[in-house]
Design a protein around this ligand. Structure first.
Ligand SMILES: NC(=O)c1ccc[n+]([C@@H]2O[C@H](COP(=O)([O-])OP(=O)(O)OC[C@H]3O[C@@H](n4cnc5c(N)ncnc54)[C@H](OP(=O)(O)O)[C@@H]3O)[C@@H](O)[C@H]2O)c1
Length: 300
Protein backbone atom coordinates (compact mmCIF):
# COMPACT_ATOMS: atom_id res chain seq x y z
CA UNK A 1 0.00 0.00 0.00
CA UNK A 2 1.08 3.56 -0.67
CA UNK A 3 1.99 5.90 2.24
CA UNK A 4 3.42 9.41 2.41
CA UNK A 5 6.29 9.55 4.89
CA UNK A 6 8.27 12.28 6.59
CA UNK A 7 11.82 11.01 7.15
CA UNK A 8 13.63 14.35 7.69
CA UNK A 9 13.06 18.04 8.37
CA UNK A 10 13.92 19.19 4.83
CA UNK A 11 10.45 20.58 4.19
CA UNK A 12 7.82 19.57 1.64
CA UNK A 13 10.32 18.22 -0.90
CA UNK A 14 11.81 15.93 1.75
CA UNK A 15 8.60 13.83 1.83
CA UNK A 16 8.78 10.32 0.34
CA UNK A 17 6.21 7.96 -1.15
CA UNK A 18 6.58 4.40 0.04
CA UNK A 19 4.94 1.11 -0.85
CA UNK A 20 4.67 -1.08 2.22
CA UNK A 21 2.52 -3.88 3.67
CA UNK A 22 -1.05 -3.24 4.80
CA UNK A 23 -1.51 -3.01 8.58
CA UNK A 24 -2.80 -6.22 10.22
CA UNK A 25 -6.23 -6.17 11.78
CA UNK A 26 -6.14 -6.47 15.60
CA UNK A 27 -8.94 -7.62 17.92
CA UNK A 28 -9.52 -4.03 19.08
CA UNK A 29 -9.03 -2.40 15.69
CA UNK A 30 -10.76 -1.56 12.45
CA UNK A 31 -9.05 -1.20 9.06
CA UNK A 32 -10.07 1.88 7.08
CA UNK A 33 -9.55 2.22 3.34
CA UNK A 34 -8.70 5.93 3.18
CA UNK A 35 -10.42 8.20 0.71
CA UNK A 36 -9.70 11.90 1.42
CA UNK A 37 -7.14 13.67 3.62
CA UNK A 38 -6.61 17.42 4.11
CA UNK A 39 -3.55 19.67 3.87
CA UNK A 40 -2.98 22.46 6.38
CA UNK A 41 -0.15 24.90 7.12
CA UNK A 42 0.67 22.73 10.16
CA UNK A 43 1.86 20.01 7.71
CA UNK A 44 4.70 22.02 6.22
CA UNK A 45 5.60 23.52 9.60
CA UNK A 46 6.04 20.00 11.02
CA UNK A 47 8.02 18.94 7.95
CA UNK A 48 10.62 21.68 8.41
CA UNK A 49 10.82 22.21 12.18
CA UNK A 50 11.47 19.53 14.81
CA UNK A 51 10.14 21.89 17.50
CA UNK A 52 6.90 22.79 15.72
CA UNK A 53 4.85 20.46 17.90
CA UNK A 54 4.87 17.74 20.55
CA UNK A 55 7.45 14.95 20.61
CA UNK A 56 5.35 12.19 19.11
CA UNK A 57 5.06 13.98 15.79
CA UNK A 58 8.80 14.81 15.79
CA UNK A 59 9.72 11.10 15.90
CA UNK A 60 10.71 10.07 12.38
CA UNK A 61 9.95 8.35 10.11
CA UNK A 62 6.23 9.01 10.42
CA UNK A 63 3.21 8.77 8.15
CA UNK A 64 1.93 12.34 7.78
CA UNK A 65 -1.56 13.70 8.57
CA UNK A 66 -3.82 13.20 11.57
CA UNK A 67 -7.38 13.21 10.20
CA UNK A 68 -9.13 11.99 7.09
CA UNK A 69 -12.09 10.06 5.77
CA UNK A 70 -12.56 6.57 4.38
CA UNK A 71 -14.56 3.37 4.63
CA UNK A 72 -14.19 0.61 7.23
CA UNK A 73 -13.34 -2.63 5.42
CA UNK A 74 -12.39 -4.93 8.32
CA UNK A 75 -13.60 -5.03 11.93
CA UNK A 76 -11.73 -6.68 14.85
CA UNK A 77 -13.49 -9.26 17.02
CA UNK A 78 -13.84 -6.86 19.99
CA UNK A 79 -15.46 -4.13 17.91
CA UNK A 80 -19.04 -3.64 16.81
CA UNK A 81 -19.63 -5.54 13.55
CA UNK A 82 -22.07 -2.90 12.34
CA UNK A 83 -19.04 -0.69 11.66
CA UNK A 84 -18.26 -2.74 8.54
CA UNK A 85 -18.67 -0.67 5.35
CA UNK A 86 -19.38 2.55 7.24
CA UNK A 87 -17.89 5.77 5.94
CA UNK A 88 -16.03 7.50 8.77
CA UNK A 89 -13.90 10.46 9.71
CA UNK A 90 -10.87 9.07 11.53
CA UNK A 91 -8.43 10.92 13.78
CA UNK A 92 -5.15 9.04 14.02
CA UNK A 93 -2.07 10.79 15.47
CA UNK A 94 0.18 8.04 14.07
CA UNK A 95 -0.73 9.11 10.52
CA UNK A 96 -3.50 8.93 7.91
CA UNK A 97 -1.66 9.39 4.60
CA UNK A 98 -1.78 5.62 3.91
CA UNK A 99 -4.14 3.66 1.70
CA UNK A 100 -5.11 1.58 4.75
CA UNK A 101 -5.15 2.80 8.36
CA UNK A 102 -5.53 0.71 11.52
CA UNK A 103 -7.63 2.59 14.10
CA UNK A 104 -7.85 1.08 17.58
CA UNK A 105 -9.49 3.93 19.47
CA UNK A 106 -13.32 3.81 19.25
CA UNK A 107 -13.48 7.47 20.37
CA UNK A 108 -11.51 8.54 17.31
CA UNK A 109 -13.78 7.32 14.51
CA UNK A 110 -16.93 9.18 13.54
CA UNK A 111 -19.52 7.60 11.22
CA UNK A 112 -20.68 10.02 8.52
CA UNK A 113 -24.34 10.67 7.67
CA UNK A 114 -25.23 10.07 4.00
CA UNK A 115 -25.42 13.80 3.27
CA UNK A 116 -21.92 14.56 4.63
CA UNK A 117 -19.36 13.92 1.89
CA UNK A 118 -15.88 12.54 2.50
CA UNK A 119 -14.49 15.85 1.26
CA UNK A 120 -16.59 17.95 3.64
CA UNK A 121 -15.69 15.86 6.69
CA UNK A 122 -11.99 15.67 5.78
CA UNK A 123 -11.87 19.47 5.43
CA UNK A 124 -13.27 20.08 8.95
CA UNK A 125 -11.19 22.66 10.84
CA UNK A 126 -13.77 23.51 13.44
CA UNK A 127 -11.92 22.41 16.60
CA UNK A 128 -9.47 25.31 16.44
CA UNK A 129 -12.25 27.72 15.46
CA UNK A 130 -14.25 26.63 18.52
CA UNK A 131 -11.19 27.10 20.77
CA UNK A 132 -10.95 30.69 19.46
CA UNK A 133 -14.68 31.18 19.94
CA UNK A 134 -14.35 30.30 23.65
CA UNK A 135 -11.73 33.07 24.02
CA UNK A 136 -14.06 35.52 22.26
CA UNK A 137 -16.97 34.50 24.48
CA UNK A 138 -15.05 35.21 27.70
CA UNK A 139 -13.72 38.56 26.45
CA UNK A 140 -15.73 41.72 27.04
CA UNK A 141 -13.86 43.73 24.38
CA UNK A 142 -15.75 46.28 22.29
CA UNK A 143 -14.01 45.34 19.02
CA UNK A 144 -12.93 42.06 17.49
CA UNK A 145 -10.09 42.12 14.94
CA UNK A 146 -9.39 38.84 13.09
CA UNK A 147 -6.17 38.50 11.07
CA UNK A 148 -6.29 36.06 8.13
CA UNK A 149 -10.08 36.20 8.21
CA UNK A 150 -10.30 34.46 4.81
CA UNK A 151 -8.35 31.44 6.11
CA UNK A 152 -10.19 28.15 6.52
CA UNK A 153 -10.13 28.57 10.30
CA UNK A 154 -11.17 32.25 10.02
CA UNK A 155 -14.18 31.53 7.83
CA UNK A 156 -15.17 28.60 10.05
CA UNK A 157 -14.94 30.85 13.11
CA UNK A 158 -17.08 33.51 11.44
CA UNK A 159 -19.78 30.87 10.88
CA UNK A 160 -19.81 30.29 14.66
CA UNK A 161 -19.86 33.77 16.14
CA UNK A 162 -22.69 36.20 16.63
CA UNK A 163 -21.98 39.26 14.49
CA UNK A 164 -24.29 41.46 16.59
CA UNK A 165 -22.29 41.21 19.81
CA UNK A 166 -19.42 43.55 18.90
CA UNK A 167 -17.91 45.29 15.91
CA UNK A 168 -15.90 42.82 13.82
CA UNK A 169 -12.88 43.88 11.74
CA UNK A 170 -11.84 40.99 9.47
CA UNK A 171 -8.28 41.72 8.24
CA UNK A 172 -7.23 40.20 4.91
CA UNK A 173 -4.58 40.76 2.24
CA UNK A 174 -5.58 42.90 -0.76
CA UNK A 175 -5.52 39.73 -2.90
CA UNK A 176 -8.11 38.06 -0.69
CA UNK A 177 -10.62 40.89 -0.27
CA UNK A 178 -12.87 39.83 -3.13
CA UNK A 179 -12.88 36.17 -2.04
CA UNK A 180 -13.71 37.18 1.54
CA UNK A 181 -16.62 39.36 0.41
CA UNK A 182 -18.02 36.45 -1.65
CA UNK A 183 -17.80 34.16 1.37
CA UNK A 184 -19.07 36.66 3.97
CA UNK A 185 -21.19 39.25 2.13
CA UNK A 186 -22.55 40.67 5.39
CA UNK A 187 -19.14 41.75 6.71
CA UNK A 188 -16.74 44.45 5.53
CA UNK A 189 -13.10 43.37 5.33
CA UNK A 190 -10.03 45.56 5.83
CA UNK A 191 -6.48 45.35 4.61
CA UNK A 192 -3.90 46.20 7.29
CA UNK A 193 -3.70 49.76 5.94
CA UNK A 194 -7.47 50.23 6.02
CA UNK A 195 -8.02 49.30 9.67
CA UNK A 196 -9.19 52.53 11.35
CA UNK A 197 -8.25 53.86 14.78
CA UNK A 198 -10.50 51.94 17.20
CA UNK A 199 -12.32 53.26 20.27
CA UNK A 200 -12.73 51.13 23.38
CA UNK A 201 -11.09 47.77 24.05
CA UNK A 202 -10.02 45.35 21.31
CA UNK A 203 -9.47 41.61 21.11
CA UNK A 204 -7.19 40.63 18.22
CA UNK A 205 -7.59 37.02 17.11
CA UNK A 206 -4.40 36.18 15.24
CA UNK A 207 -4.62 33.42 12.64
CA UNK A 208 -1.68 34.63 10.48
CA UNK A 209 1.22 34.68 12.95
CA UNK A 210 3.14 37.71 11.60
CA UNK A 211 4.56 39.90 14.36
CA UNK A 212 4.79 43.02 12.18
CA UNK A 213 1.07 42.76 11.34
CA UNK A 214 0.11 42.26 15.00
CA UNK A 215 2.29 45.09 16.24
CA UNK A 216 0.85 47.40 13.58
CA UNK A 217 -2.73 46.47 14.53
CA UNK A 218 -1.92 47.03 18.22
CA UNK A 219 -1.17 50.70 17.42
CA UNK A 220 -4.80 51.11 16.32
CA UNK A 221 -6.18 50.78 19.84
CA UNK A 222 -5.26 51.80 23.40
CA UNK A 223 -6.53 48.70 25.12
CA UNK A 224 -5.55 45.52 23.30
CA UNK A 225 -5.52 41.83 24.09
CA UNK A 226 -4.19 39.25 21.58
CA UNK A 227 -4.91 35.54 21.25
CA UNK A 228 -2.91 33.73 18.57
CA UNK A 229 -3.15 30.23 17.12
CA UNK A 230 -0.07 30.76 14.97
CA UNK A 231 2.56 32.52 17.14
CA UNK A 232 3.86 31.08 20.42
CA UNK A 233 4.93 34.49 21.78
CA UNK A 234 5.28 38.17 20.97
CA UNK A 235 7.43 40.00 23.52
CA UNK A 236 6.25 43.42 22.31
CA UNK A 237 2.66 42.75 23.37
CA UNK A 238 1.90 42.55 27.09
CA UNK A 239 -1.54 40.94 26.83
CA UNK A 240 -0.65 38.06 24.51
CA UNK A 241 -1.74 34.43 24.69
CA UNK A 242 -1.02 31.44 22.43
CA UNK A 243 -3.94 29.02 22.30
CA UNK A 244 -4.21 25.56 20.80
CA UNK A 245 -6.80 23.02 19.96
CA UNK A 246 -7.51 20.14 22.38
CA UNK A 247 -9.05 17.14 20.62
CA UNK A 248 -12.60 16.39 21.77
CA UNK A 249 -14.72 13.51 20.44
CA UNK A 250 -17.91 15.28 21.53
CA UNK A 251 -16.98 18.34 19.49
CA UNK A 252 -16.21 16.24 16.40
CA UNK A 253 -19.63 14.55 16.67
CA UNK A 254 -21.23 17.98 17.01
CA UNK A 255 -19.36 19.37 13.97
CA UNK A 256 -20.42 16.40 11.82
CA UNK A 257 -24.05 16.97 12.87
CA UNK A 258 -23.64 20.66 12.02
CA UNK A 259 -22.26 19.76 8.57
CA UNK A 260 -25.24 17.46 8.07
CA UNK A 261 -27.76 20.14 9.08
CA UNK A 262 -26.05 22.86 7.02
CA UNK A 263 -25.16 24.91 10.12
CA UNK A 264 -21.48 24.51 9.20
CA UNK A 265 -20.49 24.92 5.56
CA UNK A 266 -17.42 23.06 4.27
CA UNK A 267 -14.65 25.33 2.95
CA UNK A 268 -12.90 23.44 0.16
CA UNK A 269 -10.53 24.55 -2.58
CA UNK A 270 -9.03 21.89 -4.82
CA UNK A 271 -8.24 18.16 -4.73
CA UNK A 272 -4.99 16.45 -5.75
CA UNK A 273 -4.18 12.73 -6.06
CA UNK A 274 -2.09 11.20 -3.29
CA UNK A 275 0.95 10.81 -5.57
CA UNK A 276 0.84 14.61 -5.95
CA UNK A 277 0.97 15.30 -2.21
CA UNK A 278 4.12 17.43 -2.51
CA UNK A 279 2.60 19.48 -5.35
CA UNK A 280 -0.58 19.82 -3.27
CA UNK A 281 1.36 21.12 -0.27
CA UNK A 282 3.29 23.59 -2.46
CA UNK A 283 0.02 24.77 -3.98
CA UNK A 284 -1.56 25.30 -0.54
CA UNK A 285 1.54 27.08 0.77
CA UNK A 286 2.22 29.28 -2.24
CA UNK A 287 -1.28 30.45 -3.17
CA UNK A 288 -3.80 32.51 -1.20
CA UNK A 289 -6.23 30.56 0.94
CA UNK A 290 -9.41 29.69 -0.98
CA UNK A 291 -10.51 26.76 1.15
CA UNK A 292 -8.95 23.52 2.33
CA UNK A 293 -6.75 21.72 -0.22
CA UNK A 294 -7.50 18.00 -0.22
CA UNK A 295 -5.68 14.82 -1.27
CA UNK A 296 -7.60 11.86 -2.67
CA UNK A 297 -6.64 8.16 -2.48
CA UNK A 298 -9.43 6.78 -4.63
CA UNK A 299 -7.54 6.65 -7.92
CA UNK A 300 -4.26 5.39 -6.42
N1 LIG B 1 -2.96 26.53 17.52
C1 LIG B 1 -3.65 25.53 16.97
O1 LIG B 1 -4.24 24.68 17.66
C2 LIG B 1 -3.71 25.41 15.47
C3 LIG B 1 -4.40 24.34 14.88
C4 LIG B 1 -4.49 24.30 13.49
C5 LIG B 1 -3.87 25.28 12.72
N2 LIG B 1 -3.16 26.26 13.34
C6 LIG B 1 -2.52 27.34 12.55
O2 LIG B 1 -3.55 28.23 12.15
C7 LIG B 1 -3.12 28.95 10.99
C8 LIG B 1 -4.26 29.03 9.99
O3 LIG B 1 -4.57 27.77 9.48
P1 LIG B 1 -5.57 27.63 8.24
O4 LIG B 1 -5.61 26.20 7.90
O5 LIG B 1 -6.84 28.34 8.49
O6 LIG B 1 -4.71 28.40 7.12
P2 LIG B 1 -5.05 28.90 5.65
O7 LIG B 1 -6.45 28.60 5.26
O8 LIG B 1 -3.95 28.42 4.77
O9 LIG B 1 -4.92 30.50 5.78
C9 LIG B 1 -3.72 31.16 6.05
C10 LIG B 1 -4.06 32.65 6.24
O10 LIG B 1 -2.86 33.39 6.53
C11 LIG B 1 -2.81 34.52 5.66
N3 LIG B 1 -1.40 34.89 5.44
C12 LIG B 1 -0.39 34.06 5.13
N4 LIG B 1 0.75 34.78 5.02
C13 LIG B 1 0.43 36.07 5.25
C14 LIG B 1 1.17 37.28 5.29
N5 LIG B 1 2.48 37.31 5.05
N6 LIG B 1 0.50 38.44 5.58
C15 LIG B 1 -0.83 38.44 5.83
N7 LIG B 1 -1.58 37.31 5.81
C16 LIG B 1 -0.96 36.15 5.52
C17 LIG B 1 -3.47 34.04 4.40
O11 LIG B 1 -3.87 35.17 3.60
P3 LIG B 1 -4.03 34.98 1.98
O12 LIG B 1 -5.00 33.86 1.77
O13 LIG B 1 -4.54 36.29 1.53
O14 LIG B 1 -2.66 34.65 1.47
C18 LIG B 1 -4.66 33.28 4.99
O15 LIG B 1 -5.67 34.19 5.39
C19 LIG B 1 -1.88 28.21 10.48
O16 LIG B 1 -0.73 28.96 10.86
C20 LIG B 1 -1.91 26.90 11.23
O17 LIG B 1 -0.62 26.34 11.42
C21 LIG B 1 -3.09 26.36 14.69
Amino acid sequence: MLSVLQTNFNGIDGLTYQNGPRPQLTDNGVIIRMSVVPISPTDWKLESDANATNEQLANLPRVIGIQGTGRIIEVGRNRNESLLNQRVLVVNPSGVYSEYVLSENPDWIFPLPDNVTNDAAAALSAGTALTIKHEIDISSSDNLVITGANSVIGLTLLQMIDEQQRKIYPVVTAMSKEYFQEQMPGLTSYTRKEVPQLNGSTLIVDIVGKKDLLNHLATKTNNVQVVSIALMKDDELTQFKFIHDEFSSDNYRRFINQLSSGQLKPIINKTFQVKQTKEAQHFAKETHSRGRVLVNFDAS
